[in-house]
Design a protein around this ligand. Structure first.
Ligand SMILES: [Zn+2]
Length: 246
């Protein structure tokens, strides 16, 4: 009996030591997700949803499969033209934190612009085509629900003033016009339900991708990619989701 108790005690001690060692290891060598050695294929280590979720983003929008938008999913945009801004490098993307950025209303719920950020190539594809850059304008409701507007950029002759402001202003704070990020035509877009495209890959995010892409010069695209050139997640399974089109 004593022998068994001693053995149990020793086993418990070993377990405790192992637990401490594990904790110390995690504390001194914390692993962060990224797009390289801890890239998208391993993000399930950070959040199971990244692998097991059924409403994951980004997706490839196949236009011939899109259905007409339901009335409840039509958005009313009221982005502000002067917002407080702080341009940061968040370690994964260039991001602009916004205060008083305006509101998008959908199905009677208001979503406030809280930040926008850039990916070095678009995450979402349209008929298999990836754009040269994408801006994601992240909006949040009072209940914490998310709505993201995707604005695609393709290389062209016309420079985008907003991109200049952001690229030249990394590390600074001030005011800017977030509405200037939007294309002229904000009446036509794709809509689908998706997720954050980075861990924790949280779902039930309302996605809207503008059909009209913006033009950015080669220099602007290169300048943005100097920060992050492959910070985009591969497209995810639709799992029966329908893309709506307006
Ligand atoms: Zn994004």
């Amino acid at each position: 009996m004593t022998k068994i108790l001693l053995a149990l005690g020793a086993a418990a001690l070993l377990l405790t030591t192992a637990a401490f060692a594990q904790e110390a290891h995690t504390a001194t060598h914390e692993v962060h997700w990224n797009y390289d050695d801890h890239g998208p294929a391993t993000w399930c280590d950070f959040s199971a949803l990244c692998k097991e979720g059924k409403l994951q983003s980004p997706i490839d929008i196949v236009t011939k499969d899109a259905v007409a938008i339901s009335a409840v999913n039509v958005i009313k945009m009221n982005e502000s033209t002067e917002a407080k801004s702080q341009i940061i490098d968040n370690g994964h993307a260039i991001q602009v934190n916004i205060e008083n950025g305006g509101i998008i209303t959908v199905d009677g719920v208001d979503y406030k612009l809280v930040q926008f950020h850039f990916h070095g190539k678009s995450e979402e594809k349209i008929n298999g085509k990836q754009s040269d850059l994408v801006a994601h304008m992240v909006h949040k409701s009072a209940f914490g629900n998310l709505l993201v507007i995707g604005v695609l950029f393709n290389e062209g002759k016309t420079a985008n003033a907003m991109l200049d402001t952001v690229i030249k202003g990394v590390g600074t704070s001030g005011t800017m016009n977030p509405a200037a990020l939007l294309p002229k035509d904000t009446e036509h877009y794709f809509h689908f339900m998706g997720s954050l495209t980075t861990p924790p890959c949280s779902e039930n995010v309302k996605w809207y991708v503008m059909k009209e892409a913006q033009s950015a010069t080669k220099e602007q695209i290169t300048a943005m990619r100097k920060y992050y050139d492959h910070n985009y997640r591969p497209t995810q399974e639709l799992n029966g989701r329908k893309v709506e089109s307006k």
